[in-house]
Design a protein around this ligand. Structure first.
Ligand code: GLY
Length: 388
C-alpha cells in the first residue's frame, strides 16, 4: 500500500447516488470521501430524468411505489436546497406526463395501468385521443387515448449530477479519482478500500454506491455481494429549434408493441428519447437497431420528430436488482452500507436515498420508509446466484 488517507465515510462510486450520499454525510459532519475515476459520470449522464412514480407503476411493486412517491414529495425542497447551495439551475420542470396508446392492445394495457393507479390512490385522468391532441398538438392523429398524470415531472440528470459535485466540493468532500479495486476487511469489519494503484483509503464506514458495478468490487464477502446486474438503455437526444417551440409541453410516453418509448422535452430545447431495455451484460454499444426502434416508435407517436436534428446517441447501464427495488443501508458486514440497485428509478430516488443513507450512517438503522429496502432481504442463495 503506497499511502493511506482516512475518512469517517468513504463512498465507492461518484454517480448521483454516491454523490447525494456523500453530500448528505458531509452535511452531518462526517469527514467524507468519494472514490471514482470519473465522479459525476455513470448512468445519470444517459438518463432522461423522468420522475415517473405514477406512470412507471408496475404490478407487485406497491412497496417500491411508496418509496418513489416519498422521494417525489421531497423533490421540490431538495431542488431548492441544492440550487441554493450551488447557484445552479437543475432543469426541474413540473410539467406532468401524458401516457398515450396507439392501438387497441396499447389502449388495453393503459386501461389496466389506469385501474392499478386508481386502486393505489394515485391521480390520473383518462383522456380520449382528441383530448390528448388538444393537450399536445404534435401527437399523431392515430393516438387512441391516454392518461394524464400531472404529478410525474422531470429533471435534467446532467445538471443534477453537476450540482451534486459542486455541493460535495463545497461541503468538503474529498475526491479520489481512482478505481476502487478491493474492499479492505479488518477483523470482520469493512475498513476502507485499496485503489487500482495500490493506495489504501481507510474509513470508519464504507458505502458501496457503484451502480451496476457494485458487485464487482473485489474482496466483498459472498454474503454481502450486491445482486445487481447491468440493464442496458439506449437513449437519443434531439434538439427542437426555436421556430418549432413549444414542440411538446410535457413528457409523452407510450408502450409501442410492448416496448417503452418516452419523449422528454426540456426548456433548453433538448428532447430526450428513450429507452431500450436490454439484458446484454456490460455492453454499451449504440446499435443501429436500437436507434431505429426508438426513432420508429417515437415517430409513430410524434411524427414531427423526423424534422429535428439528432444530436446524441448514447447507452448506459441501469443497476437492476432481483425485485427492481434499491438496496439501502447496512449490509451483513459491519462498517459496510449499500446504496445501489436503483434500476429504473435512480434519478427519482435521489432525494430520499440521500436522506436515508445519512440517517443510516448516523444511527446504524434505516428510517421507517426505507426498512423494506434493506440489503438483508435477499437470501444468501439469491446473493450468490447473480452474474459476476
Ligand atoms: N425510468 C426510465 C428508464 O429507466 O428507462
Amino acid at each position: 500500500m503506497s499511502s493511506t488517507s482516512t475518512s469517517d465515510v468513504l463512498v465507492v462510486g461518484g454517480g448521483i447516488i454516491g454523490l447525494v450520499t456523500a453530500w448528505r454525510a458531509a452535511q452531518r459532519g462526517f469527514a467524507t470521501s468519494v472514490v471514482d475515476p470519473e465522479p459525476g459520470g455513470g448512468a445519470a449522464q444517459v438518463a432522461a430524468g423522468m420522475l415517473a412514480a405514477v406512470t412507471e407503476l408496475h404490478y407487485g411493486e406497491q412497496t417500491l411505489l411508496a418509496l418513489n412517491l416519498e422521494s417525489a414529495r421531497r423533490y421540490p425542497d431538495f431542488v431548492a436546497e441544492l440550487t441554493g447551495a450551488t447557484g445552479r439551475d437543475l432543469g426541474y420542470r413540473r410539467c406532468g406526463t401524458l401516457a398515450v396508446a396507439l392501438d387497441a392492445d396499447d389502449r388495453a394495457h393503459l386501461r389496466e395501468l389506469h385501474a392499478l393507479q386508481q386502486r393505489s390512490g394515485l391521480a390520473s385522468e383518462w383522456l380520449s385521443g382528441r383530448e390528448c391532441r388538444r393537450l399536445e398538438p404534435m401527437l399523431a392523429p392515430g393516438v387512441r387515448g391516454g392518461l394524464r398524470v400531472d404529478a410525474d415531472h422531470q429533471i435534467d440528470p446532467r445538471r443534477l449530477v453537476g450540482a451534486l459535485m459542486t455541493a460535495c466540493e463545497r461541503a468538503g468532500v474529498v475526491f479520489h479519482r481512482q478505481w476502487a479495486e478491493r474492499l479492505t476487511v479488518v477483523r470482520e469489519r469493512a475498513a476502507g478500500v485499496t485503489t487500482a494503484d495500490g493506495t489504501g483509503l481507510a474509513a470508519g464506514q464504507v458505502v458501496l454506491a457503484a451502480g451496476s458495478l457494485s458487485g464487482r468490487l473485489g474482496g466483498l464477502p459472498r454474503e454481502v455481494l450486491p445482486p445487481v446486474r447491468p440493464v442496458k438503455g439506449q437513449v437519443l437526444r434531439l434538439t427542437v429549434p426555436k421556430r418549432y417551440a413549444p414542440f411538446l409541453s410535457r413528457t409523452v410516453r407510450a408502450v409501442v408493441r410492448g416496448s417503452q418509448v418516452y419523449l422528454v422535452p426540456r426548456e433548453s430545447g433538448e428532447l430526450v428519447v428513450g429507452a431500450t431495455s436490454e439484458e446484454l451484460g456490460w455492453d454499451t454499444t449504440v446499435t443501429a437497431g436500437g436507434v431505429y426502434e426508438l426513432l420508429r416508435d417515437a415517430h409513430e407517436l410524434v411524427p414531427g420528430i423526423t424534422e429535428l436534428p439528432l444530436t446524441e446517441t448514447r447507452a448506459g447501464l441501469r443497476p437492476g436488482s432481483p425485485d427492481n427495488a434499491p438496496l439501502l443501508g447496512p449490509a451483513q458486514l459491519d462498517g459496510l452500507l449499500l446504496a445501489t440497485g436503483h434500476y429504473r428509478n435512480g434519478v427519482l430516488l435521489t432525494p430520499v436515498t440521500g436522506d436515508v443513507m445519512a440517517h443510516a450512517l448516523t444511527t446504524g438503522e434505516l428510517p421507517d420508509e426505507a426498512r423494506p429496502f434493506t440489503p438483508r432481504r435477499f437470501t444468501a442463495a439469491e446473493l450468490t446466484e447473480q452474474p459476476a
